[in-house]
Design a protein around this ligand. Structure first.
Ligand SMILES: Nc1ncnc2c1ncn2[C@@H]1O[C@H](COP(=O)(O)OP(=O)(O)O)[C@@H](O)[C@H]1O
Ligand SMILES: O=P(O)(O)OC[C@H]1O[C@](O)(COP(=O)(O)O)[C@@H](O)[C@@H]1O
Ligand SMILES: [Mg+2]
Length: 560
């Protein structure tokens, strides 16, 4: 679902020749301005007996807080957007054989360990002459790990809104760490980010989490706001935590990115791994977020009820409001799945009520032809119309825009229009299942998906990767740098085939004038071409910088 139309460009920086670190089997040299340290680390010796603030603590060392994207060019326009690794800022860390090699469940697998060079292509539809394009490091277990089992002290935190499958991810992190890597010390941080410094922790064991995947919500609790980076990292240091698993949406991943930066600045041997959670499916790059399928499935029940109500009366109108603050994926997929919906309204596709081609005209047509209509509206749709009539500008504790009830507003407007102005007898039922679709446990396929996400995160952290988010890219799980999942939101592209399929299945008006459509298609094509040109630039750029005076930055800036 991540659209090629909104490919964002990597930011290319100067190649800093002082920034190289020793190549390892799993970790080839790359070009970046990553930090270099003046002395070797002894932090790998941290173990269960290490005292607070000694656990890889290197506060006094001069470490740059500047972490640039790690861009590795290859042949034919190949670009690897790599994730950070602990050895980027703590060289000479010892490695250990992966305990999975002795695990009877896994040792039977031929080629169980991922090849160090495996990467996953972001774009898989290519032309004969197109560049190979952006790739991400393939996730999975590595032959060597950077933590000994009894050295690991992991923590798990859940932040932001609820989502089906949260408890499954927690469960699989705990069981995966324990069963695959024999990790015994795992802490649950209560109540989101602020829990690091203001709440209790819960020791998590496979026994404690055994049944939690059958429950909705998160056993750890969650919150918005309350992200205080230095207090959080102090708490990580004080507790001797060296693996941080953060489950949350775009805001949470942004928070994890700054935690990672601070950890890196302090020179701590602490891996930070993000597991993307968003019921709205608005995280870019990854194919789909966990819980999304469960939510779409649950939304069917509300749509079904609206349909039954609407078709049982004369001029019946069913309005269902679904989640989707900025992205209309839930509404779009719920509509496509249901086939009972006559009109789907999402934030990405502006609509209007009055006049030819407007919503009222379409409703009247449906009522005349079918006797009823079902409308699905995402909560962020029609935001402009709504704020014109009811101006209000509020935010939640995380800075997300607080929305007014568009379903109620639309229902009232439809009633006023048909009853008062058109003098038609209509019966409108408004159903708002908002929180019902996210408070459920994950369904079967989401539960399997959550397991893979948790395992990817564990393998990555054990292998020493840090500052990354996990997720499938074109079906293969990968490690994605935080910046790539936070730089924009995934949105329904209304010039893509999926939205066209929806328009064709509901037969609703597009609410767009044909000139606007042509303009959008042209914009999309231009963005695609620019993104491809950027990839070629990337390769040329790195070649040029590697062979030029590193102080000459004119080659670094594509605008020069
Ligand atoms: N830019 C940011 N920097 C640091 N923390 C952030 C940032 N944006 C959000 N957060 C924190 O991430 C957590 C979750 O964010 P929120 O937007 O509520 O949910 P989600 O992660 O689901 O998008 C909150 O505790 C919030 O304070
Ligand atoms: O009322 P709350 O808990 O703030 O949550 C409502 C919001 O959460 C969302 O599901 C998205 O939240 P996240 O960013 O946490 O995934 C929106 O669709 C919705 O507006
Ligand atoms: Mg969010």
């Amino acid at each position: 679902m991540a659209s090629s139309a909104s490919i964002s460009r990597p930011r290319f920086r100067c190649f800093d020749p002082t920034s190289s670190y020793p190549a390892t089997a799993d970790h080839p040299r790359y070009f970046s301005s990553a930090v270099s340290l003046s002395s070797s680390s002894s932090s790998s010796s941290s173990s269960s007996s290490s005292s607070p603030r000694e656990n890889g603590f290197r506060d006094t060392m001069a470490i740059s807080n500047n972490s640039e994207p790690k861009i590795v060019p290859g042949e034919g326009g190949y670009v690897l957007e790599d994730v950070p690794h602990l050895v980027d800022y703590i060289p000479d860390l010892p490695t250990y054989p992966n305990p999975l090699q002795d695990n009877p469940s896994y040792s039977v697998v031929k080629q169980y360990f991922v090849n160090a060079d495996d990467t996953v292509a972001q774009k898989i539809v290519v032309h004969k002459d197109s560049p190979r394009g952006t790739h991400f490091r393939r996730s999975g277990p590595r032959q060597k790990v950077y933590f000994e089992s009894d050295e690991v002290h992991a923590c798990i935190v859940t932040c932001g809104g609820l989502c089906p499958g949260l408890n499954t991810v927690i469960r699989e992190l705990v069981c995966g760490l324990n069963h695959m890597y024999h990790v015994k010390r795992i802490l649950g941080i209560e109540g989101g980010y602020r829990g690091f410094y203001a709440r209790n922790t819960i020791p998590l064991t496979p026994k404690v989490v055994n049944d939690i995947h059958k429950r909705g919500g998160t056993i750890l609790g969650t919150s918005r706001g309350g992200h205080d980076t230095s207090k959080i990292v102090d708490s990580i240091q004080d507790r001797g935590i060296n693996q941080v698993y953060v489950i949350g949406g775009d805001g949470t991943q942004r928070g994890a990115a700054v935690i990672f930066e601070e950890i890196r600045r302090r020179g701590l041997k602490v891996a930070v791994a993000g597991i993307p959670k968003t019921i709205d499916n608005d995280i870019p790059v990854i194919d789909k977020s966990f819980g999304f399928d469960s939510a779409v499935e649950e939304a069917q029940r509300a749509i079904n009820a609206a349909h039954v109500e609407a078709e049982s009366v004369e001029n019946g109108i069913g309005v269902v409001k679904l989640m989707g603050r900025y992205s209309g994926f839930i509404a779009m997929y719920a509509t496509l799945a249901s086939r009972d919906v006559d009109c789907c309204l999402i934030p990405e596709s502006p609509f209007y009520l009055e006049g030819p081609g407007g919503l009222y005209e379409y409703i009247e047509k449906r009522l005349k032809e079918d006797g009823h209509i079902v409308i699905v509206i995402a909560e962020g749709a029609g935001d402009v119309l709504l704020s014109e009539s009811l101006p209000k500008d509020e935010q939640d504790a995380s800075g997300n825009k607080l929305l007014q009830d568009v379903g109620l507003w639309l229902s009232q407007n439809i009633k006023d229009h048909f009853s008062k102005r058109r003098k038609m007898n209509i019966t409108l039922k408004y159903i708002d299942p908002t929180y019902m679709i996210r408070a459920i446990p994950g369904n079967a396929s989401d539960n399997v998906y959550c397991t893979l996400l948790a395992h990817s995160a564990i393998h990555g952290a054990m292998a020493g990767y840090t500052g990354f988010t996990v997720g499938p890219v074109n079906g293969r799980h990968a490690y994605i740098p935080f910046c790539r999942v936070t730089e924009r939101q995934n949105k329904v592209v209304i010039t893509d085939r999926m939205w066209a399929r929806l328009l064709s299945s509901t037969n609703q008006p597009s609410f767009l004038d044909p000139k606007e459509v042509a303009k959008k298609v042209a914009e999309t094509k231009k963005e695609d071409t620019e993104a491809e040109a950027q990839l070629i630039d990337a390769e040329n750029h790195v070649e040029a910088t590697a062979s030029s005076d590193p102080k000459d930055c004119s080659v670094c800036d594509p605008n020069v």
